[in-house]
Write a protein that binds this ligand. Sequence first.
Ligand SMILES: [Zn+2]
Length: 365
Amino acid sequence: MIRIQGPRAYVQGPGILKKLGSLVQPLGSHFLVVTGHTGMTRYRAAVEEGFREAGAAVEFVRFGGESTAAEADRVTALAREAGCDGVIGLGGGKVIDTGKLTAHRLGCAMVVVPTLASSDAPCSSLSIVYDEKGAVSEVVLLGRNPDLVAVDSEVIAQAPARMLACGMGDALATYYEARVCHENGFPNAIGTQIPVTGIGLARLCRDTLYADGLDAMEAVRAQKVTPALERVIEANTYLSAVGFECGGLSCAHALQDALSELEDCHGCYHGEKVAFGTLCLLAAEGRPEEEQRQAMDFCAQAGLPVTLAQLGLTEGVEEKLRSIQHLFCPPDDIAHSAPPGVDGGKLLSAIYQVDRRGRETLEKM
Ligand SMILES: [Zn+2]
């Protein structure tokens, strides 16, 4: 069996925040926006103006800072009290997680408005719940993707370039991980066989990054919306999500999860660790030199980590890596299928190989 799923609607372009009021109208009549400090100070006025023009009701709740179960309880109670029939998560990853979880609990319209193109979380059908200390405590499978994902490219253009690079790092893994599942008949992230759509969208995601990724980085550094930036936002946000849910995950994400266990790597974002994990996956699989080189050069030029030092690992490296080696490809982890012949030992050697090549690459730049 195959299954294809994604958000019911995906819109992207400049000035979307002001249009949000009319965009959500078919989904409900009274919305609660969950957003952080930046959302309150920079975007609230534009959203309210749009809702006023559309004649729709909206209220705001300030996000508590961490996507915990208690925070979801609080926001759910507020939405219920206000009689809202739709929840909008406006902001970065954790705001989005809380917004999605709240809408899921209420069984109401789920709308996501990411202010960063830093991961594929906005379009996915899962929500990550953290504990009070910020460690992942649960991944909630929502059983549905958002009803609407709306991305304002002007907002993304003003975000730090590093965040766009993070999104590209996460998106870069999509094809290489889907290929592992596709070639070996492994199930995807939603437990079905890989549809041609999954592998096709994943490939398009990769090709878009290689064609436009570096130009898009230039665009965000200049805070300008360009066609290349628009295409990369779409790749990072839409193609990467639908690509991974339908195409499957593998060792790049398992390595990111493992690296997250080390305190030294806490200065790096999800997409940065995934990018490094992707390079290691390709090395462990023994993929053609040309392909490994293309991925390495892209990451180095985009400012994504290609060495252990860039990941924050400089002292006691061998010992630390050995302490997480059992997490590189745990045998019972069907969500991160390792290619045949690739095990923890092979991935550990791949990490050192990538680190060596990464240092050489940076020296030549
Ligand atoms: Zn990811």
